[in-house]
Design a protein around this ligand. Structure first.
Ligand SMILES: *[C@@H]1O[C@H](CO)[C@@H](O)[C@H](O)[C@H]1NC(C)=O
Ligand SMILES: *[C@@H]1O[C@H](CO)[C@@H](O)[C@H](O)[C@H]1NC(C)=O
Ligand SMILES: *[C@@H]1O[C@H](CO)[C@@H](O)[C@H](O)[C@H]1NC(C)=O
Ligand SMILES: *[C@@H]1O[C@H](CO)[C@@H](O)[C@H](O)[C@H]1NC(C)=O
Ligand SMILES: *[C@@H]1O[C@H](CO)[C@@H](O)[C@H](O)[C@H]1NC(C)=O
Ligand SMILES: *[C@@H]1O[C@H](CO)[C@@H](O)[C@H](O)[C@H]1NC(C)=O
Ligand SMILES: *[C@@H]1O[C@H](CO)[C@@H](O)[C@H](O)[C@H]1NC(C)=O
Ligand SMILES: *[C@@H]1O[C@H](CO)[C@@H](O)[C@H](O)[C@H]1NC(C)=O
Ligand SMILES: *[C@@H]1O[C@H](CO)[C@@H](O)[C@H](O)[C@H]1NC(C)=O
Ligand SMILES: *[C@@H]1O[C@H](CO)[C@@H](O)[C@H](O)[C@H]1NC(C)=O
Ligand SMILES: *[C@@H]1O[C@H](CO)[C@@H](O)[C@H](O)[C@H]1NC(C)=O
Ligand SMILES: *[C@@H]1O[C@H](CO)[C@@H](O)[C@H](O)[C@H]1NC(C)=O
Length: 783
């Protein structure tokens, strides 16, 4: 046959051999058969999909060979054998498609990540009897998995995982019926599918009918333990994932006989007992996850040099004892998570072979000794050793050259010595947390310009001293800077370029900082929380104009030595919610006009200062804040409480005016609505004004009130605490007091009351008797 020898034939022959041997649709664009093309075009028509997010379907074009279409694979004869249409934004059309179920040659079908709107898996899929690979993971299917799928006897891989669903939406009521004829299955993923089966029968079903299983993933399927020994017959198992099933059992020794096991994942399984440490030594094992089995114990073995372990996740278990030096044999190790276990002893210092390490978390153990140097682990991005008992100094050598390191957590240890500021400029470092240690000495200024990626720097609760380097405030990406609870002293200098700062939170509380508050702190454009309490800042705060664009929402200046009037510009911060100025020497007036500027202020604390007067140029204008808490206690406020004042705090939760020198109430007195009102320890006199009717806590003690309104009780309908002790009350206790039903404390002691007690206070009439601790003056009780 002459034809056989033509070059064209030879070429086709070679390509065919190549493509039969290595089915690779990209290189093997066979010519598609016309009927197959028509079916595909019909399929595209039947499917509703979002054409702006589809990447394959949307490109199908009838002018091209359909075997070359994206997601389509053909055999040598031009039949469609593979359709990979995962994540194509298909939402409907599967149920009643006529074309799909006629693609009789189809071997691989992947429709994963298309959300078919809560329909059942179509039974008609079983018409595709030649399917070997079916992937319907994350497809929003609902209801029972049709048993008809068992007709696809050639299935090698079946993925019905649906872990993203809010509830277990898919259910397999009879696992045995579904899989008994699928004896070729090598891959079975049913994550998130509700497998209703008695006890641990799932083990026997899988081992009897699916002897070829290699990859088995049954995460969160509602399976019970114990793990049956029949499972040991699955000799080919390579991946076994049973996470999030309430197995409540031990891990059987025979897992160590799975000679091909690469992944074992059993997190959140309520495991008990001791982990068979031989499993660690399986030379094939790459990934081990036993996390969140709180009652599960074990120890780390002598790791063999033949290990291929890549990830080891044991967090939140009872694993204990020490970390063996042989960890250095785990040359492939990239991820270790051992946090919240009971490991103790030192971290092995020789870890020179851990060159693949990316993620290391040993936090919340009881590790002691020095921090080893990690400079060989060039790929490290995350290291968390916090909440241990590690000691000794930290040098720049520890993390030298780790150009991928993004996170260092060493908080809550016993580390000492100076802090090398080279840490702050590790090229990728975003978060450095060294709080709750014993670092001391000064922090050096950083070189200018600084190339730092730091986003969070937490050095709080150490013994750091000296000046705070002002370069820290303007590190180019720094948002959160925590330096509280140290011994920084000295002044904070004005910063020449406050606009460069990216800070959101600056916490310098509880140090020994001195001098004036630099204005530039208030000019950091993104600053939301400025926390400077418990220092020794002094002097007056200079007014700063034009603060409307400030982002400041929390300003804490309490417990300093600040003087002079309360700065007016604080109230121009339009985002300000909490302002704490207590325990300073602010003096002058508490000014309504100033307060009125502030729109969002919720909490204002100015207790223990020297304020002497209320003032307002226009007490009648309305007040726009939603003040929730106002504490003006322990000042030197004199005279009458102005009428406008009640308007300002109306609706608040808390008002404290105690320990001032207030003498009365300006007329007209309006009843504010307020939860907790403390007017104690003033010089308020005359008849008690009608108390705020919504209050629960009313403290009027230590004043000069001399009369109670007859109908007082009617206004105490919500009150739980009402004290008028140490006043000058005379006459009888009004009978209306019996109208209070929530009162727990009524204190009228140290007054000059007389007459008889209202009946509700003497009779055991249930309600008041049981709830009320009545603290009347003894002499009154005797009368
Ligand atoms: C289609 O996809 C685009 C891009 O992802 C998205 O913006 C649009 O909202 C989607 N349309 C519908 C109807 O879901
Ligand atoms: C799915 O496709 C969208 C674009 O439409 C993409 O953003 C997303 O990462 C893809 N998801 C997966 C899991 O591939
Ligand atoms: C599919 O066809 C059936 C029967 O014709 C019909 O009841 C159903 O509504 C169709 N489903 C869709 C999604 O069109
Ligand atoms: C099932 O496949 C046959 C060909 O084997 C085809 O004739 C028939 O239409 C298909 N059934 C459905 C419901 O698509
Ligand atoms: C289905 O597979 C069987 C066995 O591999 C084969 O004989 C048959 O031709 C295939 N049918 C189709 C339509 O491809
Ligand atoms: C199924 O498809 C999804 C999405 O493409 C993929 O992540 C998953 O690994 C596939 N399942 C199997 C068993 O290959
Ligand atoms: C499994 O195959 C057997 C014999 O081939 C058949 O009798 C049975 O109906 C099949 N089971 C299912 C659930 O398809
Ligand atoms: C699983 O299915 C069974 C049987 O339908 C049902 O009783 C159970 O509530 C389901 N479990 C979950 C978590 O949906
Ligand atoms: C592991 O480290 C030890 C000691 O540092 C060394 O002798 C050995 O050669 C290393 N093994 C590998 C595979 O690098
Ligand atoms: C940590 O170890 C010390 C002894 O080294 C021991 O006293 C202490 O109880 C341990 N703490 C915990 C939480 O295990
Ligand atoms: C407030 O205090 C400053 C300095 O402490 C003082 O100069 C000023 O006179 C005081 N003002 C008032 C109104 O008491
Ligand atoms: C407030 O209004 C009253 C009457 O409405 C008026 O007598 C008084 O002068 C006003 N007070 C101020 C400070 O404007």
């Amino acid at each position: 046959m002459k034809l056989l020898l033509t070059p064209q034939f030879f070429f086709i022959f070679i390509i065919s051999i190549f493509c039969i041997t290595y089915i690779a649709p990209v290189y093997c664009q066979f010519k598609c058969l016309e009927d197959q093309k028509i079916l595909l075009l019909k399929l595209k028509d039947e499917f509703s999909f979002n054409s702006s997010s589809s990447r394959k379907l949307v490109q199908w074009n009838e002018n091209k060979d359909c075997c070359s279409w994206d997601g389509v694979g053909c055999d040598t004869a031009g039949h469609i054998i593979s359709l990979e249409l995962d994540n194509e934004s298909i939402i409907a059309g599967l149920e009643n498609s006529t074309s799909l179920y006629s693609l009789q040659y189809l071997e691989k079908l992947n429709l994963a990540l298309n959300c078919f709107n809560r329909i059942q898996i179509p039974r008609r899929l079983s018409n595709l009897t030649n399917l070997t690979h079916l992937n319907l993971s994350d497809t929003c299917f609902y209801g029972q998995v049709p048993v008809e799928l068992s007709a696809m006897r050639g299935l090698v891989s079946l993925d019905l995982s649906n872990l993203n669903a809010v509830f277990q939406e898919l259910e397999i009521p009879n696992l045995k019926r579904l899989v008994q004829n699928l004896t070729e299955l090598r891959t079975l993923y049913l994550d998130g599918v509700n497998i209703s089966i008695k006890g641990n029968d799932w083990c026997r079903v899988l081992s009897s009918f699916l002897p070829n299983l290699r990859d088995l993933s049954l995460v969160q399927c509602g399976l019970s333990g114990p793990i049956d020994s029949s499972l040991s017959q699955l000799h080919s198992l390579s991946v076994l994932r049973l996470d999030r099933n309430p197995l409540s059992t031990t891990v059987p020794d025979f897992f160590a006989n799975f000679s091909k096991l690469t992944t074992l994942s059993l997190s959140y399984c309520l495991l008990q007992g001791l982990f068979p440490s031989k499993i660690f030594q399986l030379p094939t094992l790459q990934n081990l996850d036993l996390a969140y089995n709180f009652d599960f114990s074990g120890t780390l073995p002598q790791f063999l040099p033949t290990s291929y372990l890549r990830t080891m996740v044991l967090s939140y278990t009872n694993f204990s004892r020490s970390l063996p030096d042989s960890i250095n044999n785990l040359i492939m190790l990239s991820r270790i998570e051992l946090s919240n276990c009971k490991f103790n002893g030192p971290i092995p210092s020789i870890i020179t072979n851990l060159t693949e390490l990316i993620y290391l978390d040993l936090s919340f153990n009881n590790l002691t000794g020095l921090i080893p140097e990690f400079h060989m682990s060039k790929k490290l991005t995350h290291i968390d050793l916090s909440f241990n008992r590690l000691s000794g100094p930290l040098s720049s050598a520890h993390f030298e050259g780790l150009s991928n390191l993004e996170y260092i957590g060493l908080g809550s240890n016993l580390l000492t010595g100076n802090l090398p500021s080279s840490l702050f400029v590790l090229p990728s470092l975003q978060k450095l947390v060294l709080n709750y240690n014993q670092f001391d000495g000064q922090i050096e200024e950083l070189p200018n310009p600084v190339s730092s990626q730091l986003n969070v720097l937490d050095l709080s609760s150490n013994n750091l001293q000296g000046n705070i380097p002002s370069s820290l405030f303007v590190l180019p990406f720094l948002q959160n800077l925590f330096l509280y609870n140290n011994q920084f002293d000295g002044q904070i200098e004005e910063h020449p370029n406050p606009e460069l700062s990216q800070l959101n939170i600056l916490d310098l509380s509880s140090n020994n900082l001195q001098g004036n508050l630099p204005s530039s702190l208030f000019l950091f454009p993104s600053l939301q929380n400025l926390l400077l309490s418990n220092n020794q800042f002094d002097g007056q705060i200079a007014e700063i104009p034009n603060q409307d664009s400030s982002q400041l929402s929390t300003l804490h200046l309490s417990s300093n030595n600040l003087q002079g009037p309360i700065p007016k510009f604080f109230f121009k911060f339009q985002q300000l919610q909490t302002l704490s100025l207590s325990f300073n020497f602010f003096n002058g007036t508490f000014d309504l006009d100033m307060m009125r500027e502030s729109r969002n202020l919720m909490t204002l604390e100015v207790s223990h200062n020297n304020l002497s007067m209320f003032s307002s140029s226009n007490g009648n204008s309305t007040f726009s804040t939603s003040l929730d808490k106002l504490d003006l206690s322990a000042n030197k406020l004199k005279g009458e409480i102005p009428t406008w004042f009640w308007g300002m705090i109306n609706g608040s939760r808390y008002l404290n005016l105690s320990f001032n020198q207030l003498t009365g109430f300006q007329n007209p007195y309006t009843t504010p609505s307020i939860d907790t009102l403390d007017l104690s320890s003033n010089q308020l006199r005359g008849e008690l004004p009608i108390p705020p009717s919504f209050s629960t806590y009313l403290e009027y003690s230590n004043n000069n009130f001399n009369a109670l309104p007859e109908d007082i009780g009617n206004y105490l309908s919500r009150a739980r605490f009402f004290s008028l002790s140490n006043n000058s009350l005379t006459g009888e206790i009004p009978k209306s007091i019996c109208n209070t039903s929530y009162l727990e404390v009524l204190d009228l002691s140290n007054n000059a009351l007389n007459g008889s007690l209202p009946s509700c206070l003497t009779e055991s009439n249930g309600l008041l008797e049981t709830r009320t601790r009545i603290k009347l003056a003894r002499e009154l009780a005797r009368k």
